[in-house]
Design a protein around this ligand. Structure first.
Ligand code: TUI
Length: 315
């Protein structure tokens, strides 16, 4: 398949993996890239030298292109941004803020820059700043989110910018991929489905929590702090939302989530930990390899188009 994004990134399939904190390490990224998509290492809050090491380990596992996601709330983001250039990484995605201050450095080094945005205004700003593409991420996504749905955001971003748009949020199968194309996207970014991939190092408890989740099992914590985060409902979210309703201050709420994503992903504490996941978790029923996920997505998307051609638009 050929789209502006597969051409820009030199990949086979128009599917990129989300740069998920603690989840998107080198094994998952390499597996997605080897399966024909774009794998990403999520730098999140990792120490810069750990990110360097992850990049090198990923390179040892794949000859295909892969990228790094820079989480802009990370106090070490400046150092991570430099390591990306030093290590010759070809693609960067960014989240939770504006990467404008790194744009010149990255562009000069020939890095393709793809900011994740949650609004039209941010998409336009990123295009002006020199971005090669944007990921338009709807509020169906897991983790840190904006407030507009994928269905509403993607076509508005597509109309507002000339650069290619990648759709994210609520996409978990080939129907979602086909729908994203219909909205004008040139690829999709997927997170939640890759969390349960065979190659994902995430704790079994976390994977099982997603596999068991239904459509209405996610909550958004942090609406009152300005950092809304979507995760699966558990003891932590119930306590968090109760404290928020009672008007708890930022520091009190922070205590509840400090280290809590790591506790869930690494130690499997899905009761008190933060189990970040998107609303599409209810669709995901089993573990598969990244290759199986990718091939199934492409087959389903093709079937979806064929069905529409033969049944919906049939003359
Ligand atoms: O970044 C994400 N998703 C994330 S980051 C993350 S780590 C974290 N953990 C706990 C609390 C907070 C963060 C977990 N999930 N997605 C991309 C994304 N970016 N979604 C929304 C945005 C965004 C929001 C505001 C992008 C730009 C923006 O601009 C604000 C500004 O600076 O003007």
């Amino acid at each position: 398949m050929k789209t502006k994004i597969t051409e820009l990134l030199g990949i086979e399939y128009p599917i990129i993996q989300g740069g998920m904190a603690w989840v998107a390490e080198h094994k998952l990224a390499a597996a997605v890239s080897n399966a024909g998509g774009l794998g990403l290492i999520g730098a999140a809050s990792a120490p810069p030298e750990v990110v360097r090491d992850e990049i090198r380990k990923c390179r040892a596992l794949t000859e295909k292109p892969f990228g790094v996601n820079v989480m802009l709330l990370n106090p070490n983001a400046d150092e991570v941004a430099k390591i990306i250039v030093e290590e010759g990484v070809k693609v960067v995605t960014t989240g939770a803020g504006s990467p404008s201050k790194y744009m010149d450095m990255w562009k000069k080094a020939g890095v393709k820059v793809i900011p994740v945005v949650a609004s039209v205004a941010m998409a336009k700003m990123m295009e002006r700043a020199g971005a090669d593409a944007v990921v338009a991420e709807g509020m169906e996504s897991g983790g840190h989110i904006g407030s507009t749905t994928t269905m509403a955001l993607v076509p508005q971003v597509v109309d507002a910018v000339q650069i290619p748009v990648i759709a994210a949020g609520g996409i978990g199968d080939g129907r979602g991929l086909a729908a994203a194309f219909m909205l004008g996207a040139k690829a999709v970014q997927m997170g939640t489905r890759f969390v349960v991939a065979e190659e994902s190092i995430v704790h079994e408890n976390y994977k099982n929590k997603l596999i068991k989740a239904s459509d209405i099992d996610s909550e958004v914590t942090g609406m009152t702090t300005g950092h809304p985060v979507r995760c699966i409902r558990n003891k932590m979210t119930k306590e968090y939302l109760r404290l928020e309703r009672e008007g708890a201050d930022f520091m009190e709420l922070e205590k509840l989530t400090l280290g809590s994503l790591r506790n869930a992903v690494v130690d499997g504490d899905v009761v008190n930990g933060t189990v970040m996941a998107g609303q599409i978790a209810g669709l995901i029923k089993k573990t598969q390899s990244c290759k199986e996920i990718m091939e199934e997505m492409m087959r389903e998307a093709e079937e979806t188009f064929r069905f529409a051609e033969e049944n919906i638009w049939a003359k």
